[in-house]
Design a protein around this ligand. Structure first.
Ligand code: CIR
Length: 274
């Protein structure tokens, strides 16, 4: 079942933003420090939208020892009935997956019939490096995700994994994402163009690539008939509104400026199950 469907998604996992968020990992620490109060409001706003647009939500308990724990996307991959608990690339974040495993292994989730797998050392993988499109799963080889993870994924999901070398961004989805199974969205830069073309050539179905001028705007979240986009990037927003209109999707623009300072994209704050 595709994640890009008009029907309400069945399940979302969310994890609150910790008070320790000011200590979240930052690739390039910004000159203006993270406003944690504002970050909380932005994350709550995002979570409310997710809650209103899925059938069921599971909240994973916040963990103050992990300033990045709200970026729950990195902790697991959900592909059909297969749940793959990741081994996060940054050592300081590695334990974040444990609480997610607990929640997903819970009796409530047994109703979903999930098969739980776990990536093991030396594999490292962040969910932000994984893009599902069509029947393929594109895995970015990045500073956070390695070939050992790809090999273990291939054993779990034979024939479906394709790799993409990540350059010019933290994760694969820092510079691209998908609107649906045949519409890829990417930042309009030489490196992102190269990655998007690699993905297009790996797809079975013919796909269109839509380019946006702002790298932050290249990560969107499809939520049933709605498309979550980053507010504050008018040139990209114009392009995204046109693409949404053509696909009869409703745009919801969200300001996530404080999470962006910690390299958080829109997709990184939820785990979605169609
Ligand atoms: C990190 O460096 O790991 C976090 N500060 C940001 C993680 C963002 N994750 C994502 O986009 N999937």
């Amino acid at each position: 079942m595709s994640i890009y469907q008009n029907k309400k998604l069945r399940l979302a996992l969310l994890r609150a933003l910790p008070k320790s968020f000011a200590d979240a990992l930052q690739q390039h620490p910004s000159l203006v420090p993270i406003d944690v109060k504002k970050a909380h409001l932005q994350h709550e706003n995002y979570s409310d939208i997710i809650r209103a647009n899925v059938e069921q939500v599971l909240e994973v308990e916040v963990d103050e020892r992990h300033p990045d724990c709200c970026f729950i996307e990195d902790t697991a991959l959900i592909v059909g009935q297969d749940v793959i608990i990741t081994r996060i690339g940054a050592e300081s974040r590695r334990d974040e997956s444990r609480a997610v495993l607990r929640v997903l292994g819970d009796s409530a989730v047994k109703d979903f019939g999930f098969r739980i797998h776990q990536l093991l050392s030396p594999a490292c993988l962040d969910g932000g490096d994984v893009l599902q499109m069509g029947d393929k799963i594109f895995v970015g080889l990045s500073a956070r995700t390695n070939q050992a993870a790809v090999d273990q994924l291939e054993a779990i999901l034979p024939g479906r994994i394709r790799t993409v070398q990540v350059e010019g961004g933290l994760h694969l989805k820092s510079v691209l994402s998908a609107i649906d199974d045949s519409s890829l969205l990417a930042a309009d830069s030489k490196l992102a163009r190269g990655m998007a073309e690699t993905i297009r050539s790996g797809l079975t179905e013919k796909a269109q690539i839509i380019y946006v001028p702002d790298v932050v705007a290249a990560n969107v979240v499809r939520l049933g008939s709605k498309l979550l986009i980053q507010a504050g990037y008018p040139n990209s927003e114009r392009i995204l509104r046109k693409a949404a209109l053509e696909r009869q999707l409703e745009i919801i623009a969200l300001d996530m400026s404080e999470l962006v300072k910690a390299d958080g994209a829109l997709s990184c704050c939820s785990l979605l199950v169609p």
